[in-house]
Design a protein around this ligand. Structure first.
Ligand code: FEO
Length: 167
C-alpha cells in the first residue's frame, strides 16, 4: 500500500503528465498550421510520449491498491511567437516536471518506499534526456536565428530525428 502522502504526490504527477501531453499537442497544432511540419511531427510524438508517462503512473497507482484520479485540465496556450519560443517553454516546463519527480523521490526516501523509488528512477532518466534534447534544439535555433532556409532544413531534420527515435 502507498502512504497517503506518496499517493497524493503520484496522483498530482498523473495530472502533470496529462497536462504535458495536452501542452505538446497544442504546440503541435501551432507548428502544423505554421508550416513547421517536422516540428509538428516531433511534437505530436512528444505528446504521445507524455500520455505514456501518465499511463505508466495510472497503472502503478491502480496496481498498488489505490485508484488513479483522472482530472479536468486547464486549456494549454495555443499561440507562440516562434519555434524557439515553443522549445523554450518546453524546457521551462520539463525543468518543473523534473523538480516534481525529484520531490517524489525525496518523499520515497524519507518514507523508505523503495518500490516507488525504484519505479520513479525511470522518470528521472527520461527527464534528463528530455531536458538535454530541449536544450540542444534551443541551441540550434539560436544559431539559425532568422535564416529561413536553415530553419526550413532544421524543421525537416526535427521530423526525421523523431522518426529515428521511435524506430
Ligand atoms: Fe513526462 Fe516530459 O515529462
Amino acid at each position: 500500500m502507498l502512504s497517503k502522502n506518496i499517493e497524493k504526490l503520484l496522483q498530482d504527477q498523473v495530472k502533470k503528465e496529462a497536462s504535458s501531453s495536452q501542452t505538446y499537442l497544442s504546440m503541435a497544432c501551432w507548428a502544423d498550421v505554421k508550416g513547421y511540419n517536422g516540428a509538428a511531427d516531433f511534437l505530436y510524438a512528444h505528446s504521445d510520449e507524455e500520455r505514456m508517462h501518465m499511463l505508466k503512473l495510472v497503472k502503478f497507482l491502480n496496481e498498488r491498491g489505490s485508484q488513479a484520479t483522472i482530472s479536468e485540465l486547464k486549456a494549454p496556450k495555443k499561440d507562440f511567437g516562434s519555434l524557439k519560443e515553443v522549445f523554450e517553454s518546453i524546457l521551462e516546463h520539463e525543468v518543473k516536471v523534473t523538480e516534481s519527480i525529484n520531490n517524489i523521490i525525496t518523499a520515497c526516501l524519507k518514507e523508505n518506499d523503495h518500490l516507488t523509488n525504484n519505479f520513479m528512477q525511470w522518470y528521472i532518466s527520461e527527464q534528463m534526456e528530455e531536458e538535454q534534447l530541449a536544450r540542444s534544439i534551443i541551441d540550434k535555433l539560436e544559431m539559425i536565428g532568422s535564416d529561413t532556409s536553415s530553419l526550413y532544413l532544421f524543421d525537416r531534420e526535427l521530423g526525421t530525428s523523431m522518426q529515428q527515435h521511435h524506430q
